[in-house]
Ligand binder design. Structure first.
Ligand SMILES: *[C@@H]1O[C@H](CO)[C@@H](O)[C@H](O)[C@H]1NC(C)=O
Ligand SMILES: *[C@@H]1O[C@H](CO)[C@@H](O)[C@H](O)[C@H]1NC(C)=O
Ligand SMILES: *[C@@H]1O[C@H](CO)[C@@H](O)[C@H](O)[C@H]1NC(C)=O
Ligand SMILES: *[C@@H]1O[C@H](CO)[C@@H](O)[C@H](O)[C@H]1NC(C)=O
Ligand SMILES: *[C@@H]1O[C@H](CO)[C@@H](O)[C@H](O)[C@H]1NC(C)=O
Ligand SMILES: *[C@@H]1O[C@H](CO)[C@@H](O)[C@H](O)[C@H]1NC(C)=O
Ligand SMILES: *[C@@H]1O[C@H](CO)[C@@H](O)[C@H](O)[C@H]1NC(C)=O
Ligand SMILES: *[C@@H]1O[C@H](CO)[C@@H](O)[C@H](O)[C@H]1NC(C)=O
Ligand SMILES: *[C@@H]1O[C@H](CO)[C@@H](O)[C@H](O)[C@H]1NC(C)=O
Ligand SMILES: *[C@@H]1O[C@H](CO)[C@@H](O)[C@H](O)[C@H]1NC(C)=O
Ligand SMILES: *[C@@H]1O[C@H](CO)[C@@H](O)[C@H](O)[C@H]1NC(C)=O
Length: 558
């Protein structure tokens, strides 16, 4: 007995030691694995995801020509958030959940409660009563399941004594970015049991016009009383002003990577992005500020004139504010001006390293101390494409910073508006026609499979009748889908024309960017908005593999 006790004890201890060592090793190992995963984890490359065939075209260095289809690439806000979702602290508002509502309700429990007989007579509601807001918060939470509510404004009077207008900011769960949007709606109230508020009627998207952010007027004093009730929403203005370098010394202290215009200019938008993100990726790799030309050329494939259109502003399409936060950039003309100014006023010119071929790799430039590295792309096509820099060995070192690229918030406001008008309760079908439908060699069945009858038959299998059905399509004929109206509430992009018409906010805002000249809502913007609305649908029917068995990139590619 004793012996065995004596002998078992060390064994037991050893065993425990062994197990704990083992556990520790496992722990260390799993931490290691996790770290490795965290380091090597890359958010999915939208290009690889959406068009493997095109990637092949791109990466074949010996023949780097590239056929663009008119699809819109997924950008940062569409991609699954990577290991570290970059939430700017200023934007990190807490969502208003049931718990939050209960907490604020507790605080009010001391307020005097009217008796049933008292409130039955009331036909007037007090919009600033906090319990009224709580009723709205609960209602919204129950009604809009795909929305995260972030911040409410104190409700204001509606158009009748029993109505109030309420404004709030929200985020869509389907969107991976942390961008906030605003809505303001009109509610009609009645009294439920124990004199509690109850919502009798809720109006639609942007109906609470009294709660809309008041335009900042120079003479605020006269409207002072009203302004107090409806404080302006913070941060709603988009700040995509062009940053300046400030002093000359700041310029000289910087390190720049300057890409001269190459063969990419006026190519399709996907080509542009593939190239631009290569340049930006190289700048990040070299720890340099990227010199950026904000003036784009819209390829003829997207322009209504069917000609290449120069002088389009990057900010029409993409979120420059977000880019400024994510990457070190300087606008080209600011940069050139400062450069010239320095060279004129100093004996020692700014050190410049000119690189004339993409065959000089980023790795070779890593050690270079010149203030400016100036890549020039003067060789004949396709040697003059920016993205060639990121091919071959360089691909292992340079990562395209997709996370830095979001779509323009002005476009996304339109997307939100369209989705909001359908109360985020819609299904969608993506109908690809256009050139592909005409090309019977590569897509033999596409045309027939996207005929109105075929679509209706297929969609009926997947979408309940009389649902809101949004149709994202490149079919130009508006009435093409009329057949579906017998079964669905059909919505097309053109039904929302007023959102970019000359009375719209979008029109006003883009005009300001464009030196007061009106901006056309062009083909690329159309596809971008169409695609983003599609992403927000509850059920999504795709052309390829849902409507037709043809392959996305042509025969025998799937
Ligand atoms: C690229 O390939 C296409 C088709 O295979 C060919 O017609 C074209 O000449 C090639 N271009 C270059 C630059 O090699
Ligand atoms: C609520 O009333 C109780 C007593 O009736 C009091 O102790 C408490 O401090 C009050 N709370 C608030 C927030 O006024
Ligand atoms: C409305 O409610 C607010 C907050 O409870 C209160 O301060 C205000 O006096 C009320 N107004 C009327 C007219 O009852
Ligand atoms: C809101 O409506 C109530 C009742 O109709 C009224 O007493 C109050 O003055 C109104 N407030 C404003 C700011 O118009
Ligand atoms: C109404 O008040 C009574 C008594 O205070 C309570 O028992 C009942 O649960 C209340 N009803 C509601 C719906 O809050
Ligand atoms: C603003 O108020 C000042 C006096 O308070 C007045 O002189 C001026 O004309 C007003 N401006 C506008 C745009 O109403
Ligand atoms: C806009 O952003 C720039 C930095 O890019 C900042 O310097 C400027 O103060 C901002 N303007 C406003 C109105 O917030
Ligand atoms: C990048 O540049 C900044 C300032 O120019 C410097 O502080 C930093 O150490 C550099 N980082 C690397 C990895 O070279
Ligand atoms: C807006 O466009 C319509 C027709 O397209 C035109 O009649 C109207 O004058 C325009 N309004 C403004 C403010 O430009
Ligand atoms: C656009 O600007 C015009 C003129 O400045 C203004 O009358 C109109 O109300 C603005 N529209 C919107 C939707 O902001
Ligand atoms: C469309 O096809 C894909 C792939 O076959 C499938 O996963 C998806 O569920 C289909 N969509 C619908 C709405 O049935």
């Amino acid at each position: 007995m004793k012996e065995s006790e004596l002998s078992t004890e060390p064994i037991g201890q050893n065993l425990i030691k062994l197990i704990s060592n083992l556990c520790f090793s496992v722990f260390v190992f799993s931490v290691l694995i996790f770290t490795v995963i965290a380091i090597t984890y890359q958010p999915p490359d939208p290009w690889l995801e959406s068009a493997p065939a095109l990637t092949k075209l791109f990466t074949q260095t010996e023949n780097a020509t590239f056929q663009d289809d008119n699809s819109v690439l997924k950008t940062g806000e569409d991609l699954v958030a990577a290991a570290t979702p970059a939430v700017p602290p200023a934007m990190a508002l807490n969502p208003i959940t049931e718990t939050v509502i209960e907490k604020s309700e507790e605080k009010l429990s001391n307020l005097s409660v009217k008796s049933d007989s008292e409130c039955e007579e009331l036909s007037v509601v007090n919009c600033s009563d906090p319990r009224l807001l709580i009723t709205v918060e609960r209602f919204n939470l129950k009604t809009f399941k795909s929305i995260v509510f972030l911040e409410y404004q104190t409700p204001v009077n509606g158009s009748r004594p029993d109505e109030c207008d309420v404004a709030w900011r929200f985020r869509n769960k389907k969107e991976k970015s942390w961008r906030k949007y605003r809505d303001f709606r009109r509610f009609r109230f009645g009294y439920g049991e124990n004199c509690t508020y109850k919502i009798v009627h809720a109006n639609g998207w942007h109906s609470g016009t009294n709660a809309r952010r008041p335009r900042i007027r120079p003479n605020a004093t006269r409207t002072g009383a009203h302004a107090k009730l409806a404080p302006p929403m913070r941060d709603e203005e988009i700040n995509d002003t062009i940053p300046t370098l400030g002093s000359e010394m700041n310029f000289r202290k910087g390190r720049y990577l300057y890409y001269a215009r190459g063969g990419d200019y006026c190519k399709g938008m996907n080509h542009y992005l593939w190239s631009f993100l290569c340049g930006l990726g190289e700048a990040m790799y070299l720890n340099r500020t990227f010199v950026m030309d904000l003036s784009l050329c819209l390829s003829s494939t997207y322009s209504s004139s069917h000609k290449d259109e120069e002088g389009k502003d990057f900010r029409f399409y993409f979120d420059f504010e977000h880019l400024k936060e994510e990457a070190s950039i300087v606008e080209e003309s600011e940069f050139l001006r400062d450069w010239k100014k320095w060279d004129r006023s100093h004996k020692r010119k700014v050190p410049v390293k000119k690189v004339t071929t993409h065959k000089v790799t980023p790795m070779q430039l890593k050690k270079d101390k010149s203030t400016i590295i100036w890549r020039q792309f003067d060789a004949p096509e396709p040697e003059n494409y920016w993205y060639r820099v990121c091919e071959g060995q360089a691909a292992k070192y340079i990562q395209r910073p997709w996370h830095a690229l979001w779509k323009s918030k002005r476009l996304m406001n339109i997307v939100t508006d369209i989705s909001g008008r359908m109360d985020w309760d819609f299904d969608a079908v993506h109908v690809v026609r256009g050139e592909k439908a005409q090309n019977k060699q590569l897509w033999p069945h596409l045309d027939a499979d996207t005929s109105p009858d075929a679509i209706l038959m297929k969609v009926k299998e997947m979408v309940q009748p009389w649902r809101n059905l949004y149709i994202a399509t490149n079919e130009p004929f508006y009435n093409y889908f009329d057949k579906l109206r017998s079964q669905y509430k059909v919505h097309l992009l053109d039904d929302y024309k007023e959102l970019w018409s000359n009375t719209s906010e979008w029109y006003n805002e883009t005009m300001t960017l464009n030196d007061g000249k009106p901006v056309e809502f062009d083909g690329y913007m159309r596809v971008a908005v169409d695609t983003e609305v599609l992403y927000r649908a509850k059920t999504r029917v795709e052309t390829f593999y849902n409507l037709t068995k043809d392959c996305k990139d042509g025969i025998n590619t799937c």
